[in-house]
Design a protein around this ligand. Structure first.
Ligand code: FMN
Length: 225
């Protein structure tokens, strides 16, 4: 059993150990986002000049103190808050082979993909909006093993972001942005990549992070709603 937030432990031991190991930032980390508004995994703004792209995985995930099960992934909730605030189109990156619902199974697969630096296929790549239509692209993803999920790299490398501003944002359980900014810089050739923003648990739940996320999005200088 592999996990990114602790070393070989039992499930319960892992959770206890993870809390001890990652100090306050992790303890302020993500949780199950029950009750949050789901965002738009659809186009939200005709003629918008900003595109929000996200990848998110529902199912069992890290939570403190216990694993949690969510119908809507944390990053999807965050993308919804962003889309509340700014005039944008929204595109969800969907893996051709969905990730397992189990947390540890997903950790194992994500670890393999990272080690192999693979590019898992994206099911809906043909539906991706052309970045040429936008000035700014926000790229949201969970931190997986300290990095951008490889499936997001598949999407990013398939698009032409030349001349665009790319703003990464992550949700995480203690790692902040991880290597998301560097990963986006490497994948989005010709783009200016912003310093980005990481969202952990702001309050007791992802659901209560809405104000902070919307305030951040409104502060980006983009057209708002
Ligand atoms: C495969 C996997 C790897 C993860 N690796 C990390 C990590 O390295 N650092 C971290 O802070 N959180 C890590 N997490 C926790 C997620 O980043 C966090 O729960 C995130 O909010 C999940 O977003 P999602 O629900 O949109 O998928 C990991 C979770 C999974 C499933």
């Amino acid at each position: 059993m592999e996990n990114p937030l602790g070393t070989s432990m039992t499930r319960r031991g892992f959770l206890a150990g993870a809390g001890a190991l990652t100090v306050s930032v992790l303890l302020a980390g993500c949780n199950g986002s029950s009750g949050a508004t789901t965002p738009a995994a659809t186009s939200k703004g005709m003629g918008a000049t900003t595109l929000v792209v996200f990848f998110s995985r529902p199912g069992e995930n890290y939570g403190s103190p216990d694993l949690v099960n969510v119908d809507v992934g944390n990053t999807e909730v965050m993308a919804g808050y962003v889309a509340d605030a700014i005039a944008c189109d929204v595109f969800e990156v969907e893996p051709a082979e969905p990730y397992p619902s189990g947390y540890f199974d997903t950790c194992d697969r994500a670890r393999r993909e990272l080690d192999e630096n693979s590019r898992p296929a994206v099911a809906n790549l043909a539906d991706a909006p052309d970045p040429a239509a936008y000035g700014t692209v926000l790229v949201g993803a969970p931190v997986w093993w300290g990095s951008e999920p490889r499936v997001m790299l598949t999407y990013l490398e398939s698009q032409d972001f030349t001349g665009k501003t790319v703003i990464p944002f992550t949700t995480h359980a203690g790692s902040g942005l991880g290597t998301a900014v560097a990963d986006c810089q490497a994948a989005c050739k010709g783009a200016t990549v912003d310093e980005g923003r990481a969202f952990s648990r702001e309050g007791q739940s992802i659901a209560s992070a809405g104000d902070a996320v919307r305030a951040w999005a409104r502060g980006l200088g983009l057209a708002t709603r």
